[in-house]
Design a protein around this ligand. Sequence first.
Ligand code: UVW
Length: 319
Amino acid sequence: MPEATVPDLTEILKDSPSNWGKWGPDDEVGSLNYLGAEQVLAAAQLIRTGKVFTLQRLIGDPKGDPVWPGRSPAERTQIMDEATWDTDDAPAFPGGLHYADDKINCFLQGSTQYDALGHVWFDGQIWNGYDCRTTVGGLDKASVEPIANKGVVGRAVLLDMARFRGKPNLDKAETYTHEDLQACAKAQGVTIEKRDIILIRTNFLKTFFDLGDKFYEGFCEPGLVYSPELVHWFQDMEIPNLVTDTIANEVTTDPNNGAALVLHNALMRNLGITLTEICDLENLAEDCAADGQYAFFYAAAPLKVAKGSGAPVNPIAVK
Ligand code: UVW
């Protein structure tokens, strides 16, 4: 679609629902307010075998780190190692201590991560109506810090869209709706309950490793596609957190209007739903297919980064 004909997000989302003010004028965690002690205790009942799955991708993967176009992969630099002590000016510690040190230069959204609620906006306002100027020089409002302080714990369901569609991975620009999510859940024999954390497997990032640089040609990830009905469903279901194995959680360019990341705005900016991206759901999905248990205990807390627009995370699923 030529850019000139792409409507503004203001126009696309003019009737889209909002949760601004629902948790007070100072709220910075949005729909995570749906997760309290009751949800944690109910989720704990799903722990049956003690199987643990970590859902983060490797940072500094020798095979490459998939990132949003324009971001660069993490760079790990070795600062100290045994070679440090090959030189005469090496630090000498009493007792002969040697050690390894390193650092990473990494986009906060450059690996598996939670987006802060203030990460995206349009029309001059971020989540809860805060002025977008509060993002200048770092997020004074709705940064990742309050999410990190709260933590995310509850019942999660895995919706394996790739397996549901009978393919190893979803294709570039392939879309699905909330109705497809429900059909997938039904086929898997699991019910999506109110306040569930929703995990969606596409295995699309397999193509990053298969295609190399060609992965970014005509970049358009598969994912959920905006409709008013979908946004109402997420609101009515009180979904606190949407977790996917793609870089940006939704179809990159909406095929119906040509706009980019419409759901980032409809779900995150307007409803306060936290987005978690670039997860590795492969081991978990394999296990769910084997034992048929698609609902489980989920816990995650991004790193506490002051004013951060997001932060890396290693979520954990326990069955
Ligand atoms: C953008 O918002 C551009 O990307 P992401 O949500 O993947 O960090």
